[in-house]
Ligand binder design. Structure first.
Ligand code: UT7
Length: 335
């Protein structure tokens, strides 16, 4: 029986720091509102000319993860790339990373599950490893949000939250029973697809059509979020899916050494922490520095937690995510 262990982690964020005060210069917002409602102090944005893109950031994070796994790109047998902000409408970011890192003609698969993208992606990787098909799989979450946000007061309810960056993990086959990824749990609820969405450009909203129909207001090629509705669903689904994972493994919240929640909002993380009666050192948050980086948020946070010595061999690590779709999921990992 094979299991998957995380053998390498890496992240990359652009150098350009955008503070809340910087945002208040271009839209009607302020540091107090952003910190009180979200916990965010700053985020990174790609700067024109800095050479970054979703796939380039993903490749940078991937390179670090592969090196830390003591592997080379030749050892990777499958690339799984999660993003909602690909460089191109098609093809996906996976093949671009393959090209940037000059990898062999291994399969490259894109996952489109927004904030749950990384959890979905490692779940897919885990299945390929468990069946014995592959030994080493590269999983990436990367986002260039700043390229598509409405940076005016009209978009402030969404634009202050999101940041750019990438995180990556290498999943490697292990034969050590009871360690590695113990289980993953995935859900979706398409009834709420439009509550957090970007409708166009798409085959449903082609660019000339959008401009004609929306000369000023309500432009569907900027992201839309029904914030309070998303918030209320998030706290319920996060709790459910963490419980589901714990129960599947006969564990309780007190067994958790490190919970890495998707960095959606510090208030959501604090709610979950309280609900599961976890101490500050059992939950990792870095939304203060990076904002919400969607598919990249869990691998960036996981990498930072590991780099800072907060995850040790034998620890029980829980990943949990909720986001657009709605989609949500958890992963229970024995490190
Ligand atoms: O990662 C995927 C999952 N995403 C989430 O889980 C996000 C969930 N939702 C949230 O985190 C919160 O709903 C937000 C942070 C997005 C918004 O916080 P909120 O407490 O729900 O605020 P709100 O949307 O109800 O807006 C309250 C007020 C409004 O003004 P009025 O109508 O009360 O006068 C907004 O217009 O705050 C105003 N507002 C702002 N003010 C200053 C909205 N955005 C801003 C802003 N700066 N950036």
């Amino acid at each position: 029986m094979y299991t998957s262990k995380i053998s390498g982690l890496g992240y990359y964020v652009p150098e350009n720091i955008v503070t809340n005060d910087d945002l208040s210069k271009v839209m009607d917002t302020n540091d107090k509102w952003i910190q009180e409602r979200t916990g965010i102090k700053q985020r990174r944005h790609i700067k024109k000319g800095d050479g970054n893109s979703t796939s380039i950031m993903g490749a940078k994070a991937a390179k670090i993860a592969i090196e830390r796994a003591s592997l080379t790109t030749d050892d990777i047998e499958l690339i799984i790339f999660a993003t909602l902000s690909p460089d191109m409408y098609f093809p996906g970011g996976g093949v671009q990373v393959q090209e940037i890192l000059q990898m062999k003609t291994v399969p490259a698969l894109d996952v489109r599950n927004q904030c749950s993208g990384f959890v979905y992606a490692i779940s897919v990787a885990d299945q390929f490893i468990k069946t014995g098909m592959y030994k080493n799989i590269l999983v990436i979450g990367s986002e260039n949000h700043s390229g598509g946000l409405d940076m005016t007061t009209r978009g402030r309810g969404v634009s202050v939250i999101f940041g750019d960056g990438a995180g990556a993990a290498v999943l490697t086959r292990s034969e050590k029973e009871g360690s590695g990824i113990l289980s993953t749990h995935l859900h979706s609820e398409g009834a709420h697809a439009r509550e957090l969405s970007l409708e166009g450009p798409s085959t449903g909203h082609w660019v000339p059509e959008i401009i004609e129909e929306n000369p000023q207001e309500n432009i569907p090629y900027y992201p839309y979020m029904n914030g309070q509705f998303v918030f209320k669903n998030a706290v319920v689904r996060f709790s459910e899916v963490i419980n589901e994972g714990l129960q599947a493994n006969n564990l309780t919240a007190q067994d958790i050494d490190m919970l890495i929640p998707h960095q959606a909002n510090l208030r959501i993380s604090q709610f979950i922490q309280k609900k599961f009666k976890l101490s500050d050192d059992q939950v990792f948050n870095n939304i203060q520095k990076y904002g919400n980086t969607t598919a990249a948020s869990i691998p960036i946070a996981l990498t930072e937690a590991w780099e800072q010595g907060n995850i040790k061999e034998g620890d029980l690590v829980v990943l949990a995510a909720f986001g657009s779709g709605f989609t949500w999921g958890s992963a229970i990992i024995k490190w």
